[in-house]
Design a protein around this ligand. Structure first.
Ligand SMILES: [Mg+2]
Length: 197
């Protein structure tokens, strides 16, 4: 079996909400996509430690009809190529899952939130099955409470939250929180090493 790192994209790999404190900042053009410091180095470390890396992202801009799924896919694949050039290997990112849904309703309704979360959880479950992932050796990183909920739903052993000025407050369900992906990955690997020694 394999182990994986399930990574949210906005707020974990790329900067999010840099202009809008309400968090409704859309990434519509390549110049909007600012890779966070240390994100590519974190990928290199994960690859070196034999993690399958998945990017799982719901881009609200698609749901709201502001941009096509094809354009977002192209931008994500360009970023993946960039990371892989940096890492010096191809297939560092095993798969990009762009989660879309046609659920109509406001996010303030808990039932709507639950239904949307279920679509995302299903996408993660498919990756877990397809890549023969051992969830007891795997972890997820996200910046929203909903990300952490999803990691719990699909039974990833470790759930980490990146705390940004624009993201959610820390949820108690997170095993730990970090300012960025690189410090998260380094700490995770160090802790595993300590456990095994
Ligand atoms: Mg996010």
């Amino acid at each position: 079996m394999n182990k994986c790192a399930m990574l949210d994209v906005n707020g974990v790999i790329i900067q999010n909400n840099c202009n809008d404190p309400k968090g409704a900042y859309y990434l519509l053009r390549p110049e909007d996509w600012v890779v966070l410091e240390g994100a590519s180095e974190a990928h290199k470390l994960l690859h070196k430690n034999k993690y399958k890396i998945f990017w799982v992202t719901s881009q609200n801009s698609i749901t709201e009809g502001l941009i096509s799924e094809g354009k977002i896919t192209d931008m994500l694949h360009c970023m993946k190529d960039m990371f892989e050039i940096y890492c010096g290997y191809w297939q560092v990112v095993s798969e990009i899952a762009i989660v879309t849904n046609d659920i109509v309703g406001d996010d303030s309704d808990p039932e709507i939130r639950r239904l949307k979360a279920e679509v995302k959880n299903d996408a993660m479950r498919k990756l877990i099955e397809k890549y023969d992932i051992d969830v007891s050796q795997s972890f997820g990183v996200g910046d929203r409470m909903s990300d952490i909920d999803s990691f719990e739903q699909v039974a990833l052993k470790y759930k980490y939250q990146i705390l940004t000025p624009y993201g959610d407050k820390l949820t108690q369900k997170a095993d730990a929180s970090y300012p960025d992906l690189l410090s998260c990955v380094k700490d995770h690997l160090t802790n595993l090493q300590k456990q095994s020694s």
